[in-house]
Ligand binder design. Sequence first.
Ligand code: GLA
Length: 387
Amino acid sequence: MSQALISHARKLLGDVTGSRSTAVFAPGRVNLIGEHTDYNDGLVLPCALTIGTGVAVAPRTDGKIHAVSRHVSSPELLRDEFGVDRQIDRKAENFWGNYLRGVIVAMQQSGIRVSGADIAIVGDIPQGAGLSSSASLTVGIARALLAGCSPSLSSGITPQQIARWAQWSEHHFADCQCGLMDQMAAAVASPGESILLDCRSLELKRIGLPPQITTLIAHSGVERKLAAGEYNLRRQQCTMAARRLGETSLRDIDVSLLSERANDLPEIELRRARHVLTENLRVTRAVDAIESGDLLELGRCLRESHRSLRDDFEVSVPQVDALVDHLNHLIDREAHGLGGARMTGGGFGGCVVAMIESSAATAVEAELRRHLSLRVAKPLVLKMQNA
Ligand code: GLA
């Protein structure tokens, strides 16, 4: 929970430095639908989670950053130390502090003078689950530094700007050419809130999920590792497909044009583009279905999205496919097909998300937990339902 993480981070900072701190929370997200569309200027529907990252900061006067970080499930304390008045370099690949360093460099490049600071970070998002632990971390750091070390500047800074700094850190300090969805969800949405985001205009609409819909998130047990290379490759394939069709972005191409020009593309790019174009349509359909309470149609959108990610975009793995199939089977049995399941996030492991008619959710959840306890060492199931 956000308040608990804030207190936790504050206490950690107090234990380490004895100083008084400013503390903030930034959530993780589950993407309900709209996968691999953000970097194609498309539509996404992420929902902010109650799990995330608490960040406490206290200014220092010596121009140094002294940071400690830990995950709630582990006693291990990770550290990073560097000066803000000289060039900030990234360190070895996969070093957690690169995210912190990247955010500070991005803020400095925007003209924000970040003073030295003691920083304590506590997170409860499992890593490699596809629930945006890194966006929650980077957005939390930027928010905390603004609030605690540059409060006079923070009033003019928009959540979009914070999201951009967080994305810059991923691009330049973590080698992942991600879109802006995760950072926007962490920067603008409150826990439990979904946003329909147009990733071209950054226009957004807040979508309240009705109590009739329950969202379940379950970890497949496959940790998503070293997936940045495959992710960046998908992004290149999409850009190439758009270029071959005479546009800079797949957002400017519609499905009928893609079928007419199918022979102008290598088969793999055709499938990548087909996923993106049809996924944008599914986001709009899914939002209409949520707003009109049509769970059968919502379920169709989720199931089609998964098939498209599995077959055309090729970012799923067998364990995730099996879990999605199992959930869809449970939804058919317990909820008469009112809902559906799909992989969520960048792919190559991690979580699946299901949206289900609420009166059947308890039965589906119980069976899901039983299923996972037989297959996964540490089962993780999150449930969200608006009152
Ligand atoms: C990762 C990226 C996002 C987005 C998703 C796939 O989470 O960080 O920008 O592209 O994958 O939808």
